[in-house]
Each structure stands twice: as C-alpha cells, then as structure tokens.
Design a protein. Structure first.
Length: 162
C-alpha cells in the first residue's frame, strides 16, 4: 500500500472514530477518500472489461460507461461465427439505441453517456451502471459464445490487463 493511500485510510478511520457513531455522509466520505468530484472504476463481466467514469459540473453529473467487447471474428476464423456476431450486433444496436459500435480495427465497443441533474454519489453511479448491465446482459451472454472476450484471452496468455 502506498504511503498516500495509508494516510487517507488512517484519516478516514480517525474521522469515523471521532464521529460518535453518526453517519459521515457521502460528500464527506468521498472527500476523505480523495475522490472529490470524480469517480472512476473498472470491472469485468462475462470476460468483457467495462470502465465507468463520472464527474461533476456544478450540480450536474456527467457519466460515461464504455466496454471492450472483443473483436469481430475474421471470416477465416469461422464464417458462421462472423455472421452470428453481426446478427447479435444488429439486434444489440437496435435494442440499445445505437450504443454498440464497431471500430475500423473491427473492435466491438459499447458506449453510454449520461447527464444527470443530481450530485455525484456512488449510489447514482452504481444504479445507472446496473441498469445498463441489465439491458445489455442478454447480448453480452450471446456475444461471449461467439466472440472471445478480451479478459478471457488475457487469462489464457497470462497477460496483464490495462
């Protein structure tokens, strides 16, 4: 653990201990944790890597979720896999409102941007992320059958994720 992280943890514990068992509140907790007006985290689901970034603009919260869903299989890897992938992507794009894109390098990406008239809180960010995941879950399950998820590929090769 870095010295900076250790100091933040120590300050947080001291604040909790001196607070006489009263809740410290989300604003105070984010200040003590050093997050301030930004919140960023990544997570893995079904082998796909997701990144969430949120920040404040006055009283508004701007949030972006993006995911690397792997690469479209080349025809030589299996014409039926490629065709199935394209069918799933077509359905996902229609259902998710065009939030699924294929880059020129044939990488499949999922993007979602939100702007809220609410302050940045972990509850807000996790709620919106969960809602997106519930909408995307059927497509992610299908995609994991025909596209090799990036995180599964990293586990197989032992490569570090970035």
């Amino acid at each position: 653990m870095s010295e900076n992280a250790a100091n933040k943890t120590k300050t947080f514990i001291e604040s909790v201990n001196s607070n006489n068992d009263r809740p410290i509140g989300l604003v105070k907790a984010t200040e003590l944790a050093g997050k301030g007006n930004k919140l960023e985290f990544t997570f893995e689901y079904l082998g796909f890597l997701f990144a969430v970034k949120a920040g404040t603009d006055g009283q508004k919260t701007n949030m972006r979720v993006h995911a690397n869903l792997g690469n479209v299989p080349y025809t030589v890897e299996g014409p039926s896999r490629r065709a199935t992938t394209m069918e799933i992507l077509g359905a996902a794009t229609g259902h998710m409102g065009g939030r699924v894109k294929i880059t020129p390098q044939q990488r499949i990406m999922l993007f979602e941007d939100y702007v809220f008239d609410e302050p940045l809180t972990p509850v807000l960010i996790l709620t919106k992320t969960t809602q997106l995941m519930l909408r995307a879950k059927p497509f992610l399950q299908l995609m994991s059958r025909v596209v090799r998820p990036p995180m599964a590929r990293n586990r197989e090769t032992g490569a570090a994720t970035t």
